[in-house]
Ligand binder design. Structure first.
Ligand SMILES: C[S@@+](CC[C@H](N)C(=O)[O-])C[C@H]1O[C@@H](n2cnc3c(N)ncnc32)[C@H](O)[C@@H]1O
Length: 288
């Protein structure tokens, strides 16, 4: 860091401007400037890259404190609510659940918990991905040839979805470091679809998909990044399913994106429904 920058950081610390100090120290996102998602900080993408390149890190990444603030943080009480919905809305038995989520039970060593109603420890995130996949299947049927996902974590949603829905091709759209982790994860699992990982910059003109998915991801992006994702993918996608954690006003952790009214006017036939179970006050689902 140049001397001038160092002085600015020291001064910011003294004045109690912690976020500026962290930003200048290069540890956290520059969300205040509305340029990136909160997850696009230096810590999480760099850790994802390390997990992609190093087997020892990959073997445990799903419990690492650099990773869990962004993903793998579904609480036990929320997992119980997902389980209740999976069993009662979709009539799935415990053995059926285990069979579907099995690839997400081991790889990356997720934290697992015992829940009333299951006789095996379970990854809470796997239960969320299962319920979301069941919800998508209920809305769109059991064949969706081309799926694109914006902000995919390590690809867990895709793995579960492909075990319930017939998919030919899956586009993973995420940060380049995260895309490398997705590749490592997907290559470790038995899958039945072809896939590509891309960053926003790597998309030449547009991607035509039958369905676009983005859970807790598009909603975390600033409008400046949402707009090209909209133009290049969302606009031309026949169906969509996005869990939005940016509320009616479209603001997530100080990052301003499209608000709910704007999205409904931009997307033909968009319907807003509640997130089930509701995991945060501002959350809603927009689907079409
Ligand atoms: C909170 S996580 C949600 C992950 C996943 N959808 C889930 O439901 O578990 C947010 C995701 O957005 C991704 N992300 C951050 N900036 C992005 C960008 N500019 N383009 C695409 N994805 C981005 C992160 O890497 C991460 O995978």
């Amino acid at each position: 860091m140049f001397l001038f920058e160092k002085i600015k950081v020291k001064l910011a610390k003294k004045l109690g401007l912690g976020s500026l100090a962290r930003k200048k120290a290069g540890n956290y996102s520059i969300t205040g400037a509305n340029l990136k998602a909160a997850s696009d900080n230096n810590i999480y993408p760099e850790y994802a890259l390390k997990a992609a390149l190093d087997l020892r890190t990959f073997s445990n990444f799903r419990q690492n404190p650099h990773y869990t603030p962004i993903l793998e943080h579904v609480r036990k009480s929320q997992a119980l609510a997902y389980l209740d919905l999976i069993k009662n809305e979709h009539g799935m038995s415990a053995p059926d659940i285990l069979e579907i989520i099995e690839p997400l039970q081991q790889i990356g060593n997720p934290k697992k918990v015992m829940l009333d109603g299951l006789d095996f420890p379970v990854s809470t995130t796997a239960l969320r991905y299962l319920y979301v996949a069941l919800d998508i299947r209920q809305r769109c049927g059991d064949r969706v040839p081309i799926v694109a996902e914006i902000g995919c974590g390590y690809g867990g949603q895709a793995v579960i979805l492909s075990r319930l829905i017939d998919i030919d091709k899956y586009y993973f759209l995420d940060l380049w470091q995260v895309n490398m982790l997705i590749q490592r994860f997907i290559e470790s699992v038995d899958i039945n679809f072809a896939y590509e990982t891309l960053t926003l910059k790597q998309i030449e003109k547009e991607i035509r998909s039958d369905m676009i998915i983005s859970n807790y991801a598009f909603s975390e992006l600033p409008r400046k990044i949402q707009q090209p994702y909209f133009d290049k993918i969302i606009k031309s996608s026949d169906h969509g399913y996005m869990t939005m954690n940016s509320g009616v006003d479209g603001v997530y952790e100080g990052v301003a994106g499209f608000d709910q009214r704007e999205l409904q006017s931009m997307i033909k036939n968009a319907v807003v429904t509640e997130e089930k179970p509701n995991t945060s006050e501002k959350n809603y689902i927009i689907s079409w």
